[in-house]
Design a protein around this ligand. Sequence first.
Ligand SMILES: *[C@@H]1O[C@H](CO)[C@@H](O)[C@H](O)[C@H]1NC(C)=O
Ligand SMILES: *[C@@H]1O[C@H](CO)[C@@H](O)[C@H](O)[C@H]1NC(C)=O
Ligand SMILES: *[C@@H]1O[C@H](CO)[C@@H](O)[C@H](O)[C@H]1NC(C)=O
Ligand SMILES: *[C@@H]1O[C@H](CO)[C@@H](O)[C@H](O)[C@H]1NC(C)=O
Ligand SMILES: *[C@@H]1O[C@H](CO)[C@@H](O)[C@H](O)[C@H]1NC(C)=O
Ligand SMILES: *[C@@H]1O[C@H](CO)[C@@H](O)[C@H](O)[C@H]1NC(C)=O
Ligand SMILES: *[C@@H]1O[C@H](CO)[C@@H](O)[C@H](O)[C@H]1NC(C)=O
Ligand SMILES: *[C@@H]1O[C@H](CO)[C@@H](O)[C@H](O)[C@H]1NC(C)=O
Length: 768
Amino acid sequence: MAMAKAHGGLHAFINGGVVVFFLLLALPLQTSYVIGHQSQLYSKKLYIVYLGERQHEDADLVTASHHEILTSILGSKDETLKSIVYSYRHGFSGFSARLTQSQAREIAGLPGVLRVAENQIYKTHTTRSWDFLQLGYDNKNGLITEANSNYGEDIIIGVIDTGITPESASFNDSGYGPPPSRWKGICQVGPSFGANSCNRKIVGARWYADDIDNSTLAPTEILSPRDTDGHGTHTASTAGGNIVHNVSFGGIAAGTARGGAPRARLAIYKACWSEAGCSEARLLKAMDDAVHDGVDVLSLSIGGPIENPGSLHVVANGIPVVYAAGNDGPVAQTVENSSPWLLTVAAATMDRSFPVVITLGNKEKFVAQSFVFSEEIASQFSEIQSYTANDCNADQINSTVKGKIVFCFPPLFRPSEQINTSTFLAAVVANGGRGLIWPLYNTDLLLGDNLAELNNTSFVPVDYEIAYRIYQYISNDDNPKAKISLTRTTVGSEVSAPRVAAFSSRGPSSIYPGVLKPDIAAPGVSILAAAPATASFQGIPYHFSSGTSMSCPHVTGIVAVLKSIHPQWSPAALKSAIMTTARTLDNNWMPIQANGYVPKIADPFDYGAGFVDPTKAADPGLIYDISASDYLKFFNCMGGLGPRDNCTTAKGGSLADLNLPSIAIPNLRTFRSAVRTVTNVGQLDDAVYTAFLEPPAGVEMAVEPPVLVFSKDRRVRSFKVTFKTTRKVQGDYTFGSLAWHDGGSHWVRIPIAVRIVNQDDIVYSKIS
Ligand SMILES: *[C@@H]1O[C@H](CO)[C@@H](O)[C@H](O)[C@H]1NC(C)=O
Ligand SMILES: *[C@@H]1O[C@H](CO)[C@@H](O)[C@H](O)[C@H]1NC(C)=O
Ligand SMILES: *[C@@H]1O[C@H](CO)[C@@H](O)[C@H](O)[C@H]1NC(C)=O
Ligand SMILES: *[C@@H]1O[C@H](CO)[C@@H](O)[C@H](O)[C@H]1NC(C)=O
Ligand SMILES: *[C@@H]1O[C@H](CO)[C@@H](O)[C@H](O)[C@H]1NC(C)=O
Ligand SMILES: *[C@@H]1O[C@H](CO)[C@@H](O)[C@H](O)[C@H]1NC(C)=O
Ligand SMILES: *[C@@H]1O[C@H](CO)[C@@H](O)[C@H](O)[C@H]1NC(C)=O
Ligand SMILES: *[C@@H]1O[C@H](CO)[C@@H](O)[C@H](O)[C@H]1NC(C)=O
C-alpha cells in the first residue's frame, strides 16, 4: 500500500501509463491577470455577476453578451473593456468586473441577472484552507465557535502514517491539561524519540516494523515514532496542529498555521515507511492499538487496492475512520478505500494560488504557478536553452545550461513516461540552470513543495497551450530569452474555487459499485503544513504538499470538531452530517468544476456529495444513521467472514438497503427501489421536511412519502425512493439528488448515481 500523496505524484501519474496529450483550454492569462491588490488602485470594487445557464453555445457570443450588459451600464465599449476582469462562458454564464456600488446595483436589476456579489478579499492565512472552509477560531457567525466546540478540545485524533516531528511548533503543548482519562495509549520510545517527545499534545506514539526485514530499511529510517519522510508530520498537523503564527514557506503564503481541531490531542501510529510503505499487517495492528488506546477518530492518508476490513472494526467501536480517496484521477474507477463505513475524501483546490509571470524576450507574458523566492532568478532575463523530443533527457544536460532557463517541449506526441521529471530537474539544478519550464497537461498534480526553487533554480510547470506558444517564440527568435518573476500569493474569489483536483481519484468504486464513492471533497492542493526541519526539507519547518493525503486530514479535523459538539453521534451520523450539508457551488456561486483532461462540472464520482461545509455539518437537521451491525451484515453479505443467512437475494439489494447518505444503482434495468431512514437531530422536535428531487437523466424518480413529519415521539422516519427507467438504452451513469427541506435553514441532500442497463445484458459486477 502506498501513501496517497501527489507530491511525488508526478511519478504516480507517469507510472500509471495513462498518457494524454492535452491542450488546456484556458487561455494564457496575461490580459486579464490581476496581481495582488490591484483593486486598491481603483475606487471601484470587483463584483461577480452570475447569469445562470449560458444562452449561446458559442463562448464568444456569451462574452459578447457580457460586454453588452456592461456597456449598457457603463456607456462605452472602452469602459467595458477596462472594467471586465473575467468572462465566465463555458459551462454557464457570468463575469467579474470592477464597478461602483451603484453600477453593481443597476446590473443586479437587469433582466437575466441572477446574482451580483462583491468579490471577497481575504487575509493571507498560511493554512488558509480553514478560512476557506469558514472553520475559523474567530468565526462568530458560524455555529462552530470557541464556545461550543472548543476547537476539538480533548478529542483524540489517531493518525496512522509515517510518524511525527515532535519539536514542531504545531505540536507545542503549552496550555494543555493532562490527556483525557480515557486515554490508554503509550509513548513508545526509541532512537531520536525520548519519553519527552510525547507531551500533552502528542499524547501517544507507537511504531510498527515487525514485518520488515530491518536490513532492507533505508539507512535514513529511524526505528522509533520519529518521522523522516514528512508525510505523517504534515497530515497530523493539518488535522490537529496547534495555532502557530508567522509561518511561511520562504516568505510565500505567510500567515497562521493551524489544524482543523487545534485543541485536539494527537495519537501517532507510525505504520508507514518511506520505501517499505504501509503493510496491511502493520495497519491492522495500528488500528487495533488505536481502538484500544481510546482514539476518537482515525485518519489514514493511505491508499491501496485492498479494502482493509480492520477499519470495519474500528468503526464498529464507534470510531469514525477517514481515508484518502487516492491520487489516480482523473481516470474513472480509480477511487480506493470505498467500504461504506469509511469517509472517503477527494481533493480540491482552495481560493489561493501562487502565480509567477513568465516574460519572454518579445514581451509576451504567461502566468503559471510556482514557488520562486530569490531575486537572483527574478531580476534578469536569461537565455533559453531548449530541448526537443529525444534530447529532453537528463543525459543531455551539461554545464552549458549554467545560468540559463531550460525548456523542454516535445513537438510531437510522445509518451511522457519516457521523461523522468525529477532526474531531468536534478540535472538542471546540478548544472546551475536558472530554471526549468516544463509542460504538463494539468499542473494541479505538481503543486507541492517539489515546485520550490532549489539552489537558485526555479521549476515552472506550464500547460501545453503556454508551452506551445513559448515553443513558437523560440523557433522564431535567434536569441530566445525569458524571465521568471517572484511568486505572489493570491487569495479570494479571484481564484475560482474549489475545483476538484485532476489527480483526485474518481468513482465509481470497482469493488463496491453499489456504494457511491468518494464521499466528500476537501482542500488538498498546495497545503502548507508542518514538516521535519531537516536538510532534506531545506531546513524549513513548513512545507507544501498536494494530494488526497492532504484533504483526508482536513475532514478528520472537522470530524473531531463535530464530535466535540455532538459526542453521542455515531460514525455514520458524523459522516451523514458532513455529506448531506456539502456545497456544490464554488466561491463565485457557479457549479464546482472538476479539473482533468478537460475541465467539466463536477459530478458525484468526482466529489461525492460535494465540498465539505463544516459549519453546516454541525447542524444538519436530519441524519442517515447506520448501526455497527448493519455494516457487519453488509460486510458478511459481500463475502466477509460471518454468516450470510440474512443477505437479500435480489442482486445488490443489500447494498441499496444500507442506510447510506447516497444512492448508487449500477445496473438499473426497469425498476428499483431503495429504503432510507432519517433521524431528526435538529433543535426542534416538531419539524416537517419536504422532498425535492433532481432525477438522473433517463430515470423517473419518486419518493414515498414525499413529506416527513417529525415530533417528540417520532424522531425517526423511513421513506422509499423508486427509480424507473424512461428509456431502454444502455448508457453511462447519470446523476441526481434527493434533498429534504424543512422550510428553514436545513437542506439535507444526498447524491444519486444511476446507470441504466439493457435487460438482456450481462453486467459484470462483483456484487452480484
Ligand atoms: C526517475 O529517476 C529517479 C532516479 O533515478 C528514480 O528514483 C525514479 O523512480 C524515476 N522515476 C520514474 C517515473 O521512472
Ligand atoms: C510553546 O509555546 C509557548 C507559548 O507560546 C512558548 O513559550 C514555548 O517556548 C513554546 N515551546 C516550544 C518548545 O517551542
Ligand atoms: C527490527 O528491529 C526492531 C528494533 O530493534 C525489532 O524490534 C524488530 O523485531 C526487528 N525486526 C526484524 C524483522 O528483525
Ligand atoms: C510576525 O513577525 C512580524 C515581523 O517579523 C512581527 O512584527 C509580528 O509581530 C509577528 N506576529 C506574530 C503574531 O508573532
Ligand atoms: C553539452 O550539451 C549540448 C546540448 O545538448 C551539446 O551540444 C554539447 O556538445 C554538450 N557539451 C559537452 C561538453 O558535452
Ligand atoms: C545545492 O547546493 C549545495 C551547496 O552548493 C549543494 O551541497 C547541494 O548538493 C546542491 N543541491 C542540489 C540538488 O544540487
Ligand atoms: C544563490 O544565489 C545567491 C545570490 O547570488 C548566492 O548567495 C547563493 O550562494 C546561491 N546559492 C546557491 C546554492 O548557489
Ligand atoms: C437474521 O434475521 C433474523 C430475523 O430477523 C435474526 O434473528 C438474526 O439475528 C439475523 N442473523 C444475522 C446474522 O443477522
